[in-house]
Design a protein around this ligand. Structure first.
Ligand code: SAM
Length: 574
């Protein structure tokens, strides 16, 4: 492979860093496939780190009109940070993302009956990965399944409470990379029994028809680790332990197969053994919620939450010492309205277009008494999640939010001292690189179309000063573009964009457009600083000394360069 495709490795690394490509084991992709996420859905990934499946879900949110949200949670703060880093590679979908740090057994009940889709890829013994994780052979013990069973039931129970039941029902996918029935079928049966008909297993037999799988088990035994004996029923286990079971023992009644198992449609579960498809081992079950959970199930959940309060407190302390900036929803006071008005005026926003594409909301991460330094964009769905969990606009969220939304604007004043701040066109905010990509289809000012070649040479040279009219300096931008910048743009943020080629007709044209949408459009934010000769009315002198600076970082530039070259090869830009 190395000789045939010498640049393949480099390409894979770059595409992975830029979020254009993410790799995952085949079986690990099944849960999200069965989740059937739509761009308008509110989705919870309850145990999400390192984020392979969250990234797979987020790909759906890359669609132009995605108004939905993905709440990605992990109990470990360190792993939630890893998750954030990984998910933010899919830059455009970050507007739909909220990363939180909670024990999934106690996720806030403000979100009860909220999510259309929930993934519970629960912590498990991981025995399905023994082929690739050779170190697990030394660590694995039969106790893992026993220890994890209750957590797995609790995580799924809380998730079921947060799942919607109206509008055709919410869907929850439960998965593990374990083949131990205590972590799989026993959990599924416990949930079905507790729910008293509020949930059912979905028949997925027609989905992924080429994937070889086995039905869920209906019979299994449980080992008492103290004496090594195996038991088929809880009663026989209790009898052998002189009726003292349940006091100190970790073995629970719910771990045993029961005689009613054949009634639960366990054949609807996917059991994927490594030898079937030459993959890792995996277990998946898909639930649908048809009505609210019964009081009894909610009571059990509340009791478990009480028991867990000690761990939750420990997490809260860790969170407090991590000093993570809180999220504030932007106040709609007149001062801030004026800021938005200036942004709209400077960049010629067509709010209708953005609305047609799902719309966005704006938040900041500092108190908005002063004009904030950064503005973040959120999808409508993500804002809805935030609103549900905040008691009022000023107070911190009930959700422990680590990251949310896409930073689209940063404060950088252009004409300090030259013009008054109250002037509608004197906007103190510039686009970030990702911000201009998100809004590029709804702005009409400060945008200059350039040829792919021109942009390619700029990105390739990625250096501080890109072009200047002073005689000895190297030029890497056409005269035509230079004139356009001078005549059409105000000082400050200027966006250079290549035009997507729409050739062909009918289906062929549609395909081309879809391909263009799949590879992010190449749009680059630049800084056009005020000239010493600039007129006080903000217009430019045609003989100005012009300097443009790329605002994307070197790595952001590298990713865009790669995209541009790919688009060029596909003849999708002109
Ligand atoms: C099987 S991994 C998830 C893998 C992930 N879905 C992916 O595809 O990249 C389980 C994750 O659950 C987290 N975890 C363990 N206990 C948890 C709990 N009680 N609540 C939430 N997350 C938990 C672990 O930190 C771990 O990151």
């Amino acid at each position: 492979m190395k000789t045939k495709h010498p640049n393949l490795h480099q390409f894979l690394v770059r595409a992975n860093e830029g979020g254009d490509l993410s790799r995952q084991e085949l079986v690990s992709m099944i849960p999200v496939k069965l989740l059937d996420v739509k761009p308008s859905h509110l989705v919870l990934d309850s145990c999400a780190s390192p984020g392979s499946k969250t990234s797979q879900i987020l790909e759906v949110m890359l669609s132009k009109n995605a108004s939905g949200a993905v709440v990605a949670n992990d109990a470990s703060l360190q792993r939630a940070n890893l998750l954030t880093h990984r998910c933010y590679r899919l830059e455009a979908a970050a507007k739909n993302l909220v990363v939180v740090n909670h024990d999934a057994q106690t996720l806030p009940l403000e979100l009860e009956n909220t999510f259309d889709r929930i993934l519970c890829d629960v912590p498990c013994s991981g025995d399905g990965t023994l082929r690739k994780s050779t170190d697990l052979w030394k660590k694995w013990s039969n106790s893992s399944g026993v220890e994890l069973h209750s957590i797995q039931v609790n995580v799924a129970t809380r998730a079921l409470r947060l799942l919607k039941y109206n509008d055709g029902g919410g869907r929850l996918v439960y998965s593990t990379c374990s083949l131990n029935p205590l972590e799989n079928e026993a959990v599924v049966v416990e949930l079905l029994q507790r729910s008293r008909g509020a949930i059912k297993l979905v028949d997925c037999s027609k989905m992924l028809p080429d994937l070889k799988r086995l039905p869920g088990l209906t019979k299994w035994s449980v080992q008492d680790l103290k004496n090594g004996r195996w038991y088929d029923t809880y009663d026989s286990y209790v009898k052998d332990n002189n009726n003292r079971a349940g006091q100190k023992s970790k073995i629970r009644k719910s771990m045993f197969a029961n005689t009613n198992n054949h009634k639960h449609n366990l054949d609807r579960c996917f059991r994927i053994h490594p030898d079937l498809n030459d993959t890792g081992g995996f277990f998946v079950a898909v639930f649908e919620k048809m009505k609210p959970l019964p009081t009894e199930m909610i009571d059990i959940d509340a009791k478990e939450e009480q028991k867990l309060s000690r761990t939750t407190n420990a997490n809260t302390k860790k969170w407090a010492s991590a000093k993570i900036a809180p999220v504030f929803c932007v106040k709609t006071d007149t001062e801030f309205k004026a800021v938005i008005k200036r942004i709209k005026a400077k960049y010629g926003f067509d709010a209708r277009k953005k609305e047609e594409n799902g719309g966005v909301e704006i938040i900041t991460r500092n108190n908005t008494d002063v004009v904030p330094k950064r503005l973040y964009c959120l999808s409508k769905g993500a804002k809805l999640i935030l609103d549900k969990c905040s008691r009022n606009q000023e107070e911190q969220q009930k959700l422990r939010i680590l990251a949310c939304g896409l930073c689209c604007f940063e404060r950088q004043a252009v004409n300090k001292g030259l013009k008054s701040q109250s002037d509608d066109t004197d906007c103190e905010f510039r686009f970030t690189q990702t911000g201009c990509e998100l809004f590029q289809d709804s702005i009409s000012k400060q945008v200059v179309r350039v040829s792919p070649k021109e942009l390619e040479s700029m990105l390739a040279r990625q250096q501080q000063k890109l072009f200047t009219t002073s005689k000895n300096a190297p030029l890497c931008i056409d005269d035509k573009t230079k004139k356009k910048v001078l005549s059409e743009c105000q000082r400050g943020c200027v966006i250079l964009a290549v035009r997507a080629k729409s050739s062909g007709s009918g289906n062929k044209r549609k395909l081309v457009e879809e391909e263009v949408a799949a590879v992010s459009p190449v749009t680059i934010a630049c800084w056009f600083p005020p000239s010493k000769k600039s007129r006080s009315d903000g217009t430019n002198d045609i003989d100005d000394d012009v300097t443009l600076t790329l605002m994307c970082s070197k790595s952001e530039g590298e990713v865009r360069l790669e995209r541009l070259r790919e688009l060029g090869k596909l003849k999708l830009v002109n």
